[in-house]
Write a protein that binds this ligand. Structure first.
Ligand code: TEU
Length: 595
């Protein structure tokens, strides 16, 4: 597969995310590993993706499944060796696939030698490599309210942990096992840059930077606002997009890529980012990030109580969000496009219908996302529409965020049944069940006992039952990726949202140099018909358009929709998606073959 070596090669790329713990186990210990990834690179090649994003494989006590790194330049033996990573780089490159490593530099593990030194005492030269502060004046260390700020951790509870020997607290926006590095300290930054250069020189092609917009904190460490009924305050205004964040990101890119001209991509995970901030982060002239992960659409089913207060998704709200990001980053900057990752539940269960319309809803969701302007990210298992897992009890959960939430919610007196139901729907563990290669007892993931229970619907949902099957979710993903590679309009086209107020139809145009694509999906279980003729920019006469993508099996589409199209109407079955293409020059339509 040829790949572009343009500096912005990532604009036409499709990325596949591997969560190594759950992808493929080569040594039978029940935990996925690097050899398992190498052995299954053919799957990525067959799918047609251009980039492999590998979640962390560095040495780690695995308190947060590797997002707590204890040695950046060593591989956790659970996953393999440095030689395995070098082989993965070589084997991926041999197939024209680039490798993006996950990089977690907002915090380290509390087992990292830097923190071990820093926590050895106030006089240690590395004390200021982390955030240490005395208790709040007048309150004894360890007493409720003694924490230097009232901030709530992403994993529930306070963001400060007391250290009795020194009488001080240390900061951790995530778990106590993940102390935050103090980026104010130039020695910290230089040590991080040297380590990142070391990885660049091993031939990788990019970094996915974990929570990279949290590196700069307001040194005054003000308290956050406490919502009614909450114990802790929202510190995000004081550690999200902090005062020196652009300075750090610019310096990091300059220092890490200095003298290295190989095309390299830096992707930033930026929770809470707005369109305006993303324009600053991803404006190429500013030399910071190439693209960001924004979370707005990931919060549309969150109620006032947050992610565990699950609300139905409003398609209108979904369109409003995507339209704003498409338009907001149309001039400078660049979007990443994703429905899920290792932190989000399975989209077909969350946003689709994983029962009666499992195949249709999975393919409709994939199409409306992937044909937008930006770089698509596919998370392992999404290409076969793996569903959420059927958790039976709180004991089934392994994810630190879920386990902490359950413990604290019950301590607050919430009903176990209600909390368990929210976990079933939103837990990150839904994305972490072993990848279903086949319908076998361990879904072809391992010859041992998988570290996490497999999904029980493996008979129907596995790669082997979908590869090469016309109309399957897997083949639909292949066709979307092939279309992005073959049709420049998908990469470069303008974006025009259609029917923004329609409660179920998600439709838009992509136009580029005389070609227009109409992408139209019905994201509901009821049929819907829309009028094309009087839609701004919809250009009449779609009945001569070419059908380039459909999730309707057999030739139902060509007959039924052609009739409707004749009248510039589009009748969409439940969860139906169709993509039509027209070529036109000087406003004159160039007839193309249909289907
Ligand atoms: O996630 C940061 C982040 O935004 C998530 O914690 C998110 O808020 C949450 O999962 C939604 O429920 C990154 C990594 O992707 C995640 O796996 C790590 O746990 C976290 O950072 C800390 O490194």
């Amino acid at each position: 597969m040829s790949r572009s070596d343009a500096p912005d090669w990532w604009r036409s790329a499709v990325v596949y995310q591997v969560y190594p713990r759950s992808f493929a186990d080569s040594d039978g210990d029940g935990i996925g590993d690097l050899r398992g990834v190498i052995d299954h690179l053919d799957h990525l090649e067959d799918l047609g993706v251009d980039v492999l994003w590998l979640s962390p494989v560095y040495a780690s006590p695995q308190a947060d499944n590797g997002y707590d790194i204890s040695d950046y330049q060593a591989i956790d033996p659970t996953f393999g060796t440095l030689a395995d990573v070098d082989e993965l780089v070589a084997e991926a490159h041999r197939r024209g696939i680039r490798l993006v490593m996950d990089m977690v530099v907002n915090h380290t593990s509390d087992q990292h030698p830097w923190f071990v030194e820093s926590s050895s005492g106030p006089d240690n030269p590395k004390r200021d490599w982390y955030w240490w502060r005395p208790p709040r004046p007048g309150i004894t260390l360890g007493e409720p309210g003694a924490e230097p700020t009232n901030w709530r951790s992403f994993f529930s509870g306070p963001t400060w942990t007391p250290d009795p020997p020194s009488g001080e607290y240390y900061l951790h926006l995530f778990s106590p096992c993940q102390p935050d590095l103090n980026w104010e300290n130039p020695h910290v930054r230089q040590a991080i840059y040297a380590m990142m250069r070391w990885w660049v020189d091993r031939g990788i092609d990019g970094f996915r930077m974990d929570v990279v917009n949290l590196l700069s904190k307001d040194p005054a460490l003000p308290d956050g606002e406490v919502a009614p009924g909450e114990l802790y305050g929202d510190g995000f205004p004081f550690f999200g997009h902090g005062p020196r964040i652009h300075e750090y990101l610019h310096e990091m890119r300059a220092e890490v890529l200095a003298g290295r001209d190989a095309p390299f991509v830096i992707i930033g995970e930026t929770p809470g980012v707005t369109v305006e901030q993303a324009q600053l982060y991803t404006d190429p002239s500013r030399g910071e990030l190439d693209m960001v992960f924004q979370f707005e659409h990931m919060g549309l089913d969150h109620g006032p109580g947050g992610k565990w207060d699950v609300q139905p998704l409003e398609v209108r709200a979904l369109k409003e969000t995507f339209q704003r990001w498409q338009e907001g980053l149309s001039d400078s900057g660049w979007n990443s496009l994703y429905w899920c990752n290792h932190d989000q539940p399975r989209p077909v269960s969350r946003f689709g219908d994983d029962g009666a319309y499992w195949r249709e809803s999975a393919t409709a969701l994939a199409t409306v996302l992937q044909l937008q302007r930006g770089t698509p990210f596919i998370y392992q298992g999404e290409e076969i529409a793996m569903r959420n897992h059927t958790f039976t009890s709180a004991a089934d959960f392994t994810d630190i965020e879920s386990v902490n939430h359950y413990r604290m919610a019950i301590a607050r007196g919430e009903s176990p049944a209600v909390v368990l139901d929210a976990l079933r729907r939103m837990s990150r563990d839904n994305a972490r069940t072993p990848f279903a290669w086949d319908a076998g007892p361990a879904v072809g993931f391992s010859d041992g006992v998988p570290w996490m229970a497999i999904n029980t619907d493996q008979d129907a949902i596995n790669i082997n039952s979908q590869r090469g099957v016309k109309g399957s979710v897997y083949e639909h993903y292949r066709s979307l990726i092939a279309l992005r590679h073959a049709e420049p309009t998908v990469v470069h086209g303008d974006f025009t949202m259609l029917f923004p107020e329609h409660p179920a139809v998600f439709a838009y145009l992509r136009s580029h140099e005389g070609t227009t694509l109409l992408v139209a999906a019905n994201l509901s279980g009821d049929p819907h018909t829309v009028e094309l003729a009087d839609t701004p920019g919809a250009l009449p006469g779609w009945n001569e358009a070419e059908v380039v993508v459909t999730n309707q099996l057999g030739d139902d589409l060509v007959t039924s929709d052609a009739q409707w199209l004749a009248r510039d109407q589009l009748a969409l079955q439940p969860w139906e998606v169709v993509v039509l293409r027209r070529r036109h020059t000087e406003g004159r339509r160039v007839p193309t073959t249909v289907g």
